[in-house]
Write a protein that binds this ligand. Structure first.
Ligand SMILES: *Cc1c(COP(=O)(O)O)cnc(C)c1O
Length: 407
């Protein structure tokens, strides 16, 4: 607890107290038990990692396939740094488009079987930048209630009218589109492919049908499905065999791909348009060479080492079965993201803290990331966890779960 950086006592004396309301809010979080200190990673991000001086089984990273430490990605990053330096020097539209960026975009487009692709600095930038660029105030967005914050922010930035439908409710989305039938403006139907806090999969076939019937643009955010679902991790469009029927596919390079970035896949026109109008593309510097090169290597690994995805799903089934057998409520998860629902945020954070003492890192998540009464500890297994590690993690969950009367 307490200050982490700097010498705040000195700074505070110099400043007025116009920001005192922040201090009051933080004090309130402390009283409520929802104040969170950042856990500091002191090793590589891997199946077992060292946080705050303690070696723990890491169930809190999005490094699904263990690519953050893959030798081919490491080598690619080092080689690119030697050859091209550490930075790109500018935004893409000025002088910061390197041949590595173009190769990565071509590689991803081929992998996803689409005409074209644009890479952004992050998945967040890809979502927010794209929605805000392709829609305006006269348009309508029909959005799942559990869509990611970056989609929500993109919707707000576009100034389009936002219509939220209940989670995964295709009929409700259809009804909204029917009511908007004669309304002016374009319509965008948008959903996460895999929902990041619950681990359930979007009803994509139904949504795609609905969008097509009403002439709406169909957009999907495959951040948690990239490298996880579909052949060689091609995502939910491939998983449901809906190639050619989703207008805008967003993916991330920060999760299973193991590096950093986001991308948008679609028609050549869509990508050309984003090159001219997506604000993070125009106004924020492009990836360093090492990032682009290691992402390129990751797509080779996805195709050359399919056993990683098989292991991921085997571990997922094993761990989920263990949690269920122990009596935990894991909600509607269908993917490696498995929430352990506890309800109250303070209890979720306590479960997380006590698991850490038992050698397991799994993050407590409360409002505003999830609704107030749906706090949870979220777990994500990786392809690289051993059965022994999963067994030890399950043992810790049983022990702490009993102590806190969750099971
Ligand atoms: C993580 C996430 C993002 C953001 O991706 P980054 O590359 O980390 O910025 C976007 N959408 C969803 C659903 C996510 O889970």
């Amino acid at each position: 607890m307490g200050w982490v950086q700097g010498q705040p006592e000195l700074d505070c004396q110099l400043m007025g107290n116009s920001l005192f309301y922040l201090h009051e809010q933080i004090e309130q979080w402390r009283r409520e038990g929802t104040y969170q200190r950042l856990r500091v990673l002191e090793s590589e991000s891997a199946a077992k990692s060292r946080f705050d001086g303690k070696d723990v089984i890491n169930l809190a990273s999005n490094n699904y396939l263990g690519l953050t430490t893959h030798p081919k990605l490491r080598e690619a990053a080092i080689e690119a740094t030697r050859k091209y330096g550490v930075g790109s020097g500018a935004v893409r539209t000025i002088s910061g488009t390197m041949s590595l960026h173009m190769r990565l975009e071509e590689r991803i487009a081929a992998f996803k079987r689409v005409e074209a692709c644009v890479v952004f600095q992050s998945g967040f930038a890809a979502n927010a930048g794209t929605v805000a660029a392709i829609l305006g105030p006269e348009d309508h967005i029909i959005s799942d209630e559990l869509n990611h914050a970056s989609i929500i922010d993109g919707c707000r930035l576009s100034k389009a009218k936002i219509h939220v439908f209940p989670h995964k409710d295709v009929a409700a989305a259809e009804k909204i589109l029917e009511e908007l039938e004669s309304a002016p403006g374009r319509k965008l139907l948008i959903t996460d492919g895999v929902f990041s806090m619950d681990g359930d999969i979007a009803p994509l076939p139904g949504l795609v049908e609905t969008a097509a019937r009403h002439g709406a643009i169909m957009m999907i955010d495959d951040a948690h499905s990239s490298g996880v679902l579909g052949r060689n991790g091609r995502g939910t469009v491939d998983h449901f065999d809906l190639h050619g029927r989703v207008d805008v596919q967003v993916g991330t390079l920060s999760k299973a791909i193991g590096v950093l970035g986001g991308y948008v896949c679609g028609s050549r026109d869509l990508i050309d348009f984003l090159y001219h109008r997506a604000r993070p593309f125009l106004f924020s510097t492009s990836h360093p060479p090492a990032v682009a090169a290691s992402c390129l290597a990751a797509f080779d690994v996805l195709e050359q080492e399919p056993e990683r995805i098989r292991n991921l799903w085997e571990n997922t089934k094993y761990f989920k079965a263990g949690l269920a057998a122990a009596g935990f409520d894991t909600g509607a998860s269908e993917t490696p993201i498995t929430p352990v629902l506890v309800g109250d945020a303070a209890l979720a954070h306590r479960l997380s803290r006590e698991l850490f003492e038992e050698g397991v890192l799994a993050t407590g998540i409360g409002f505003p990331t999830v609704p107030k009464d749906r706090a949870r500890v979220r777990t994500i297994v990786a392809a690289t966890h051993t059965k022994g590690e999963l067994d030890r993690a399950l043992e810790a969950f049983r022990k702490v779960g009993k102590r806190l009367r969750l099971i």
